[in-house]
Design a binder for this molecule. Structure first.
Ligand code: UGA
Length: 432
């Protein structure tokens, strides 16, 4: 099938590369011409395992092409996916101006039937706005459909998630739109749910918000564990064995970050408000997430008496492992709070060091974990990279000024570190 994808960010590029790999001819569009130039050479500017290889293969086999011209893409494709950014406005609402702009451009370039599919994360009822925009800009009598096909791709495993999804959600209004999308996704042989457009839009926000809720719930339980002497890892195991609850997304820690959960929770609160519902439950989810970061810093401070003049070594900056993404990463707030309290901060992250100076003024970047440990009063783990799992802890202890480890992702076995002579603090794990 001939398709085009407007917006070559994480979602757009992963989707485009995967659709091309499945044998479709895909035109990728972006208004940033430097991105297009790099993509034409097979260069991907963010870290996503396997993506560069997939892009290069499809480029070579001429199934994938790149342009900055929406008109050219629309002329060549029957199905057009909108994957542009929907960043948050100061009030939490999603900024839909790019979706509007792109919809207008698509309409102006249409000469025969087109299916326009929203894949960007958008508030419920955006499909109606897209339809109205297309109607007002399209030349007379050219038929079109609007559909919603939300994405559920995680950064770091986007290709795997695209090719082996738990479900594909297709929000459609006509048989034709349904048939086109079913044909496109048929090779994946995955469970498909067909809904109306608004329900599909809501599935996305409700799913991300529910996952965020699971994380904040277990983080709130972690606080009770700390106060009562229970262990949140054991509590999560026990809860997760109930199939109705499930074990995933019950890992207590320093809280969720990234370009999706914080933004989508805020947007969902705002959508509800605009529709006339006060979504108090989600407001609490967001508050618990913010509190987790402050609480971690308070625990470090109280273990060191105070933070003034202390050296804190931070392991991991990215919002999660296997990505170089710093957007809404807990590390940003934690480091800011540490610095505000007078601490000196040293850091190491396997992927993020190039962005260090810009994102973390006044922080000392190190080559590896051991350089971070040298002279530190405390080591704080904020991202559970695989390479942090097996450290030479005897060496780490020799290098540190005080043997305090604060494990913001519960990566380590408390007993093991305590046996080695560390004062170990996890999230929701008893202190002794
Ligand atoms: C998330 C969703 O998982 C995807 O399904 C969705 O498509 C995507 O947002 C999106 O809307 O585009 P992503 O932001 O890449 O994907 O990351 P996740 O793996 O979901 O992790 C989000 C945050 O939650 C991370 O900071 C992670 O450390 C944290 N987390 C996750 C926890 O603190 N505890 C957990 O148990 C799980």
């Amino acid at each position: 099938m001939d398709i085009s994808i407007i917006g070559s960010g994480h979602v757009g590029l992963v989707s485009g590369a995967c659709f091309a790999d499945l044998g479709n001819r895909v035109v990728m569009v972006d208004n940033d011409s430097s991105k297009i130039t790099r993509l034409k050479r097979g260069q991907v500017w963010f870290y996503e395992p396997g993506l560069k290889e997939l892009v290069r293969r499809s480029l070579k086999e001429r199934r994938l092409s790149f342009t900055h011209s929406i008109a050219m893409a629309v002329r060549q494709s029957q199905v057009i996916f909108i994957c542009v950014g929907t960043p948050p406005l100061p009030n939490g609402e999603a900024d839909l101006s790019s979706v509007e702009h792109v919809s207008r451009e698509i309409a102006r370039s249409m000469s025969t039937y087109r299916l326009v599919v929203e894949k960007s994360t958008v508030p419920v009822q955006t499909g109606e706005w897209i339809k109205r925009t297309l109607q007002s800009s399209v030349r007379k009598n050219i038929p079109f459909d609007v559909a919603s096909n939300p994405e559920f791709l995680r950064e770091g495993s986007g290709i795997q998630d695209f090719l082996h999804p738990d479900r594909i959600v297709l929000g459609v209004e006509t048989q034709k739109a349904k048939e086109l999308l079913l044909a496109l996704y048929e090779p994946l042989n995955a469970p498909i749910i067909v809904t109306d457009v608004k329900s599909a839009e809501l599935i996305k926000h409700a799913s991300n918000s529910f996952l965020a809720l699971k994380i904040s719930f277990i983080n709130a339980v972690a606080r009770i564990c700390e106060l009562s002497g229970a262990d949140v890892v054991q509590v999560a195991e026990g809860m997760g064995m109930d199939k109705r609850i499930g074990r995933s997304f019950l890992n207590a820690g320093v809280g969720y970050g990234g370009s999706c959960f914080p933004k989508d929770v805020a947007a969902f609160i705002r959508i509800a408000e605009k529709l006339g519902y006060d979504f108090q439950l989600l407001k609490a989810v967001s508050q618990v997430n913010t509190d987790q970061r402050h609480h971690l810093v308070k625990r470090i401070a109280s273990s060191l008496w105070n933070l003034k003049g202390k050296t804190i070594g931070v392991l991991g900056l990215a919002f999660k492992p296997d990505t170089d993404d710093l957007r809404e990463a807990p590390s940003i707030e934690v480091i800011r709070l540490l610095q505000e309290a007078g601490a000196r901060v040293k850091v190491f992250d396997p992927e993020v060091m190039a962005q260090m100076d810009r994102s973390f003024p006044g922080v000392l970047g190190c080559r590896d974990v051991y350089e971070v440990a040298r002279g530190a009063d405390c080591l704080v783990l904020l991202t559970e990279w695989n390479e942090f799992k097996e450290l030479d802890f005897k060496r780490v202890k020799r290098l540190m000024r005080q043997p305090l480890v604060v494990d913001g992702r519960n990566l380590y076995e408390p007993q093991r570190l305590r046996k080695l002579g560390f004062h170990y603090l996890g999230v929701g794990r008893s202190d002794s």
